[in-house]
Design a protein around this ligand. Structure first.
Ligand code: A3P
Length: 325
């Protein structure tokens, strides 16, 4: 990996749009990025050289990243439940744009609380869309895991997350009002969401999975939730870390599934903590809310459901991806 001291993108030259209160997103290659990550995304795209043995977890924000981080770490390291009990999955699997490439000239990889010293099984995460990261990901035989989640729940998870995040950083001082829920839905549908548009993000990786299934493991949050053991086994095989042994395969899988379950993970002290990691000022506990399927029924009126379903038909179903309704 190379370092660079020059900031390449000038924020003021990029299209920008407000998404909540006075906060703006900046458009890069058709996707909306938070100002904090515009430069680091650019660094990842230009400087990151994945090794063939790397595993890259890609996702749209709030679709199950935390869960997949803990699953990937557990599959690769096995018996990881002791680590998961004391460390946030976000520190075990570092984000390329939020942590690894957060600063120019940072001594990358070696200077972060990295999950392992073993270079043969590095696991990173990213929210960068495939459309921006294709060249990087295809420059080596690295494997990609992508998780997605029902579009109807996305504004809800993000709305809760942003309100928590904003509360911690601003409201305590400025006493600003929370982010209105209708605005969150509207921004989600218009695509002006961090890393949005959601539909383009998902389809970028979905198309890759249709063209090159050996490169990417594409899974939905709902599939994992409904049958975690089957999908964890498939994921382990895809990654080249299959569960083996004549007798205790089922026990091994069960242990991984259980130690990464919402119920177990969300009850660890580190994940209940109001403290924030040093790379993102949100409390660790904001990554765990409900962890349920179908929560949108508690929030969305029929009209909003129809609005999102219409988008889903247009963006997913018309491309043969029958998901989300
Ligand atoms: P909800 O807001 O629906 O509860 P991300 O990790 O991409 O930020 O996504 C956060 C969402 O995943 C939140 O969804 C959170 O509760 C849920 N989540 C976190 N850990 C989980 C786990 N181990 N199992 C299932 N869902 C989990």
């Amino acid at each position: 990996m190379e370092n660079s001291s020059t900031e390449i993108l000038d924020l003021s030259s990029l299209p920008q749009e407000k998404w909540w209160t006075d906060e703006c997103l900046y458009q890069v290659g058709g996707f909306w990025l938070m100002p904090e990550v515009v430069q680091s995304v650019d660094r990842v795209i230009k400087q990151f050289k994945p090794l063939s043995s790397d595993i890259i977890l890609a996702s749209f924000p709030k679709t199950g990243t935390t869960w997949l981080k803990s699953l990937l770490f557990s599959i690769v390291h096995r018996s990881a439940k002791d680590r998961l009990a004391i460390e946030s999955p976000h520190n075990l699997v570092p984000s390329l744009e939020m942590l690894v490439y957060a600063k120019p000239n940072q001594p990358l990889i070696t200077n972060i609380p990295f999950s392992t010293n073993n270079q043969s099984c590095r696991i990173f995460s990213t929210h960068i869309p495939y459309q921006l990261l294709a060249e990087t990901l295809n420059s080596s035989e690295c494997r990609v895991v992508y998780v997605t989640r029902n579009p109807k729940g996305r504004p809800i998870s993000m709305w809760h997350f942003v309100n928590k995040w904003h509360f911690v950083n601003k409201w305590k001082k400025a006493k600003e009002k929370p982010w209105p829920f209708e605005v969150a839905v509207d921004k989600f549908c218009n695509g002006t969401f961090p890393c949005g548009p959601y539909y383009d993000h998902v389809m970028g990786y979905k198309k890759l999975s249709m063209e090159r299934p050996s490169k990417i493991f594409f899974v939905t949050y709902e599939e994992l939730k409904n049958d975690p053991k089957t999908h964890v086994k498939k994921l382990a095989e895809f990654l080249g870390y299959p569960f083996e042994g004549k007798e205790n395969v089922e026990e091994q899988v069960e242990e991984v599934v259980k130690s990464c379950s919402f119920e177990v993970l969300s009850n660890h002290k580190v994940n209940k903590s109001e403290e924030s990691p040093n790379w993102f000022k949100v409390p660790y506990n904001s990554f765990f809310r409900k962890g349920a399927i179908g929560d949108h029924e508690n929030y969305l009126c029929d009209e909003t459901i129809e609005r999102i379903d219409a988008l889903t038909r247009e963006k997913f179903h018309s491309c043969g991806f029958m998901y989300g309704i």
